[in-house]
Ligand binder design. Structure first.
Ligand SMILES: [Zn+2]
Length: 65
């Protein structure tokens, strides 16, 4: 899988789920300071990676917007 595909998967996931919200800037910075990030389904992921479900990290998603 590529980052572009992972971001596309995340956008598809957004369309079928509710109750998610992007992290605020401080939260995102905290994750990155810890060397990790989260995917929209709350899985812990590498900052520029994606979770086992194929969803991109918030970092990748927000960078792509
Ligand atoms: Zn996941």
């Amino acid at each position: 899988m590529t980052p572009v595909e992972a971001v596309a998967n995340a956008h598809a996931w957004f369309e079928h789920h509710s109750g998610w919200a992007p992290p605020d800037e401080g939260t995102l910075e905290e994750w990155l300071a810890d060397g990790m990030c989260r995917a929209p389904d709350d899985c812990a992921v590498l900052p520029r990676g994606w979770c086992d479900h194929g969803l991109a990290s918030w970092r990748l998603i927000l960078d792509a917007i």
